[in-house]
Design a protein around this ligand. Structure first.
Ligand code: ADP
Ligand code: ADP
Ligand code: MG
Length: 684
């Protein structure tokens, strides 16, 4: 038995905060590590101690095993918890831990090595009679062998990176002639992401369900499964919504998956928490082993909520050498849990990740709701790491109740300053198909043309944001003794005694949108101009805005009234930036005044739109055009990777490529010009 008094968490964000919570409960001192970009992050504030480990880029900090070890030695930590991602499945960190007498909270080096390669993992599964997806997972990696094997598997097929994770290094091949090109791309992606370009081939299952089994072993002969989860709602092979247990699953299949997972776990002598992933063909009903993840998963809270078992606490106990106190009979599902990943991204704009400051942050509090968050009001979302802001997990007696609680939770989760995918998540949950059998095609089928937010009440939201901002800058004085006092604490807000018309401009992707506000004593008449010049049309409507202040006079609450309907709003104002959050709407607006609007129009040079620019700092992974090429507007010019996602950057205009300023592998700054295009129409 070993003692753990001081545990270093080699991670950041919500999972670092999650492990810190477990430490507090177990009376263990927690140590955060942080990169240059995370100096003020929540996990640093929450831990008992924090050590700076290096630069903002992950490979200079959270991926640097030597830096992590040095930090652990500096403060004499007796154990390291790797979280998920980063070094959680790296043999380098374990080996350093072993050499230096530090406990690694995770499985053995052998388990990680065996399951880290999909080729080897599949071979082990096959030897244990666990069904695997038909395909090729041999050692020979030459094109000729792979193509022959690929033809035998048949099309469509999937090329997968053996070292892959997070959906990277995967390519679908629909027919033989695409094989060579797809192989090259998969290999390139795999070697740059994992330093290993070996691939395997699998039959592409057209309607797959992603089902996984949670394992927990203690190295003393106990190997339990903690039931199953479904993660079929995915985008780009990445999970968006996860739940436990799996619905619409036959008992015999479920039992088969439990048996396979436990058999694999026993074979490995697996210690700690791990997950065996399967794919279930919704057409043939066949289930196949996919891979094993030798770490805690992002979606582990769903299992915790239905089993009542704290997985992080179990990991730490097992790492101390304790035997599990549970037997398989103790593991029972209590109700249903669903998790949604709240990301800083813009689903309406190709899910582009958002960077910036979270100016408004208020978590929902309700029965059956758990929030695992890595941020607070004032936190920065930087371009260096993934865009996960928080996980919201709902638990209820039935799947329906869990879904309802999750929806309410998302509605009442106020986040402003950066865009989030909250509305997208609520759309997913409110489709009737959400209650039928799910497959990984769900999002493509439900949103065939991509997802767009609801138009409803958009105008009212813009007006409320503008009014609140004017109000705030005018030094809002609550009017006392008005008839509105009968409304309790709510007061009509008024601009400092004016009746005059004020002019304001809203910044949009297409330029500036003019608006006019007239009114007083909280009763306003707003005119919004949409489009420009000939195509302009305006919308006018009356609107009222009230506010109240909480008992200590700090937090202001807002309420807007439009056509007799009242809505409560959370509003945060920083200069002319206004973040607004109400149950079905979350927006950040940037306004400009008269002077700035004129400057802006002059500065927006006429030819500014002819370049392909980086939408954020990141890595250029592919350049698809050459100087002199003819391109169409919308054609992908370059591909970038930032915040763990791949972004296709379209050419803004049709024309001829005048200059290519980058090559694959370049790191670029936000806004950098990657490709210049000479447009067809010279007058542009
Ligand atoms: P990763 O290591 O990137 O998680 P996985 O092998 O677990 O890779 O696969 C990730 C996802 O890709 C799965 O959840 C599933 O949606 C899809 N996928 C994997 N293999 C297949 C397949 N043979 N056919 C269809 N989809 C697949
Ligand atoms: P979608 O376009 O995603 O299908 P809809 O607006 O059509 O969304 O919503 C489908 C159903 O779900 C409707 O009955 C709608 O009222 C309800 N709904 C949608 N979003 C929410 C939400 N955030 N909270 C509560 N109910 C919602
Ligand atoms: Mg996987």
């Amino acid at each position: 038995m070993s003692t753990i008094k001081r545990l270093l968490i080699a991670n950041r964000g919500e999972i670092a905060c999650r492990v810190i919570r477990a430490c507090k409960r177990l009376g263990i001192e927690s140590v955060a590590v942080y990169s240059e970009a995370d100096r003020h992050s929540l996990h640093v504030q929450q831990a008992d101690m924090a050590v700076h480990i290096g630069g903002a880029a992950a490979n200079e900090s959270y991926l640097d095993a030597n830096a992590i070890l040095a930090a652990a030695q500096k403060i004499s930590a007796d154990a390291i918890h790797p979280g998920y991602g980063f070094l959680s499945e790296s043999t380098a960190l374990i080996s350093l831990c072993e050499k230096n007498g530090i406990i690694f909270v995770g499985p053995s080096m052998e388990s990680i090595a065996a399951m880290g390669s999909k080729i080897e993992a599949k071979a082990i599964a096959q030897a244990l009679d666990i069904p695997t997806v038909p395909g090729y997972n041999g050692d020979a990696q030459d094109l000729e062998t792979l193509l022959t094997k690929g033809n035998a598997v048949g099309f469509p097929l999937l090329i997968k990176a053996s070292a892959g994770g997070g959906g990277k290094g995967m390519r679908i091949v629909h027919e033989a002639c695409e094989f060579e090109g797809a192989l090259k791309q998969a290999r390139q992606e795999a070697s740059s992401a994992f330093g290993d370009d070996r691939v395997l081939l699998e039959k592409y299952i057209v309607r797959p369900r992603h089902i996984e089994v949670q394992l927990l072993g203690d190295g003393h002969g106990n190997m339990l499964h903690l039931l199953d989860r479904e993660c079929s709602i995915q985008r780009n092979y990445q999970k968006v919504i996860e739940e436990a247990p799996v619905s619409h699953l036959d008992d015999d299949v479920r039992q088969q998956l439990f048996d396979c997972a436990v058999r694999l776990g026993r074979h490995l002598g697996y210690r700690g928490a791990g997950t065996v992933e399967f794919i279930l063909d919704a057409d043939s009903r066949e289930a196949y082993f996919l891979e094993m993840n030798t770490r805690l998963q992002v979606e582990h809270p769903t299992t915790e909520l239905i089993t009542g078992i704290d997985l992080v606490e179990c990991q730490i106990r097992v790492a101390r050498g304790e035997a599990l106190l549970y037997t398989q009979q103790d593991i029972r599902a209590n109700g249903h849990a669903i998790e949604a990943r709240v990301n800083a991204e813009d689903p309406a704009n190709d899910y582009l990740p958002e960077i910036g400051t979270i100016t408004l942050y208020r978590e929902p509090i309700a029965e059956g709701l758990r929030i695992d968050s890595g941020v607070a009001q004032g936190s920065e979302i930087t371009p260096y790491y993934d865009s996960l802001v928080a996980k919201i997990i709902a638990h209820g007696g039935s799947r329906g109740l869990a879904a309802q609680r999750l929806l309410q939770g998302l509605n009442n989760f106020a986040i402003g300053g950066v865009k989030t995918n909250q509305e997208f998540l609520t759309s997913i949950l409110t489709r009737p198909a959400f209650h039928q059998e799910l497959t990984t095609q769900y999002l493509a089928q439900q949103f065939p043309n991509g997802w767009q937010p609801w138009g409803e009440s958009m105008h009212a939201a813009i007006a409320a944001a503008a009014l609140a901002m004017q109000q705030e800058s005018a030094g809002c004085n609550p009017v006392s003794g008005t008839p509105w006092q009968t409304m309790g604490g709510w007061r009509l807000t008024q601009l400092a005694g004016t009746v005059a018309t004020s002019h304001l401009w809203l910044k949009t992707a297409n330029g500036l949108q003019a608006m006019q506000i007239q009114g007083r004593h909280g009763n306003y008449f707003v005119t919004l101009v949409e489009g420009c010049d000939d195509g302009a049309k305006s919308v006018s409507f009356p609107i009222k805005l009230y506010h109240s202040t909480d008992s200590n006079g700090l937090q202001r609450q807002w309420r807007v009234e439009l056509e007799g309907t009242h809505r409560n709003l959370d509003i945060a104002i920083v200069g002319k930036q206004v973040a607004l959050s109400s149950p079905r709407l979350r927006r950040s607006y940037q306004f400009v005044g008269l002077e700035e609007s004129q400057l802006g129009e002059a500065a927006a040079g006429k030819s500014a739109g002819n370049d392909v620019r980086a939408a954020m700092p990141g890595l250029v992974t592919d350049v698809l055009v050459r100087e002199g090429d003819r391109v169409e507007a919308g054609q992908t010019g370059a591909v970038m990777e930032a915040m763990k996602l791949i972004h296709n950057l379209p050419c803004p205009v049709a024309g001829v490529v005048a200059q290519v300023r980058v090559v694959a592998g370049d790191n670029v700054e936000d806004g950098a010009i990657l490709i210049s295009i000479q447009p067809d129409d010279e007058s542009l």
